[in-house]
Design a protein around this ligand. Structure first.
Ligand SMILES: Nc1nc2c(c(=O)[nH]1)N[C@H]1C(S)=C(S)[C@@H](COP(=O)(O)O)O[C@H]1N2
Ligand SMILES: [Mo]
Length: 366
């Protein structure tokens, strides 16, 4: 494997966006921190940990202001293995239907899995005490975004019910190391099962409110419109803000358009991710454009993750196919019975979010 295969692909320098190496995504259950995809909408703040404070206020009984040391010593630490997937993962495929402009062209590479360590958001909220009218937990990052001629911070929110689930962390470590600057040092939210945008990095402020966050990234982005609606007709008050992920699966090997010798067994592998609260149940592969399907084997995951809804599953199989062109397709079903849609045109949207259509690719055997 060459160096290129193992390093991040820089999609933009400012803001810094970088995709995970696709060939390795189907092979490493835990993504090493240096290969973890980076999605940022603004700058990468370099926060001085000694001056850092997390402010917790809004509809709470006891507003809090905590140092990093207090966050680490006053609350028990937990580890959660969780996949983070950007809502824009697989956006580039949508271009085949109709252009999606002004957005990062993620291929299969806006997804990674890490072991997150931190305190439970629920424990922090128990200490602050939610007032009865609180319904949403609002996060604000310390970064600055420039968009549409304005400058503002990155933020977003999750329902209070979700925030109190044990999988939701305020993480200060990724894979047993302090968070890297680009992944949110010194503290980030990790909201397993939700789109990556809700896992707010460089977390500076948590506020409880009756309503969801009014931040741009909750109200003017991360919403899905029907295919016929363009940016000029979009009424941003209509769609619900995206929250839970949807079932998805892709082929990471072979890569599209490769030509391989037919004598050798064709190794096919990839990743699959369930929808909210539901682990992947089954992955099926077709080698003839969808006429025949076979259930493929999951690669053994660490035992504690094998039924976890918060992580992807990797799968792998080998095929023996005659020379010629073949269309491979993968589709997954999760434990809640959710299935991927076959038709990508029906889910095209001008922001290019939530592409979970059957993943198809052509391979040529000679
Ligand atoms: N403060 C802040 N948090 C953020 C973002 C951001 O731009 N600023 N990007 C979000 C998006 S869109 C995603 S997909 C994830 C990506 O996390 P990662 O860069 O650690 O992979 O972070 C989220 N948290
Ligand atoms: Mo994202």
């Amino acid at each position: 494997m060459t160096d290129k295969d193992t390093s991040l692909t820089i999609k933009s320098e400012q803001p810094l966006n970088a995709g995970a190496p696709v060939a390795l995504l189907g092979q490493e259950f835990i993504t090493p921190a240096e290969r973890f995809f980076i999605r940022s909408h603004g700058n990468i703040p370099v926060v001085d940990p000694s001056g850092y404070r997390l402010v917790v206020d809004g509809l709470v009984e006891r507003p809090l202001e905590l140092t990093l040391d207090e966050l680490q010593s006053r609350f028990p630490a937990y580890e959660v293995t969780a996949t983070i997937q950007c809502a824009g993962n697989r956006r580039a495929e949508l271009q085949a239907i109709k252009p999606v402009s002004g957005e990062v062209q993620w291929t299969l590479d806006a997804i990674s899995t890490g072991v997150w360590r931190g305190l439970r958001l629920g424990d922090l909220l128990a200490e602050a005490g939610a007032q009865p009218s609180a319904r949403h937990v609002l996060f604000d990052g310390l970064d600055t975004v420039e968009k549409e001629g304005r400058t503002f911070g990155f933020g977003g929110s999750i329902p209070l019910d979700k925030a109190c689930q044990e999988e939701v962390l305020l993480a200060y470590q990724l894979n047993a190391q302090p968070l890297a600057f680009e992944h949110g040092f010194p503290l980030r939210a990790v909201v397993p099962g939700y789109i990556g945008a809700r896992s707010v990095k460089w977390l500076g402020h948590i506020r409880l409110d009756r309503e969801p966050s009014g931040n741009f990234f909750q109200t003017r982005a991360y919403k899905v419109f029907p295919p016929e609606v363009g940016p000029d007709e979009a009424d941003w008050t209509r769609p619900e803000a995206l929250a839970a992920l949807v079932v998805n699966s892709v082929i990471t090997r072979p890569q599209a358009g490769t030509a391989l010798p037919a004598e050798q067994p064709l190794v096919v592998e990839g990743y699959a991710q369930g929808g909210e609260d539901a682990p992947v149940e089954m992955v099926e592969l077709s080698w003839d454009g969808g006429q025949n399907w076979q259930v493929v084997d999951m690669v053994a995951a660490p035992l504690e993750n094998s039924r976890s809804p918060w992580t992807w599953r990797l799968w792998r199989t080998t095929l023996q196919l005659p020379p010629g062109r073949h269309q491979l397709i993968v589709r997954a079903t999760d434990a809640a019975g959710n299935r991927q849609p076959s038709d990508m045109a029906a889910l095209w949207n001008f922001k290019g979010y939530m592409n979970n259509a059957w993943h198809r690719l052509e391979v040529e055997l000679y």
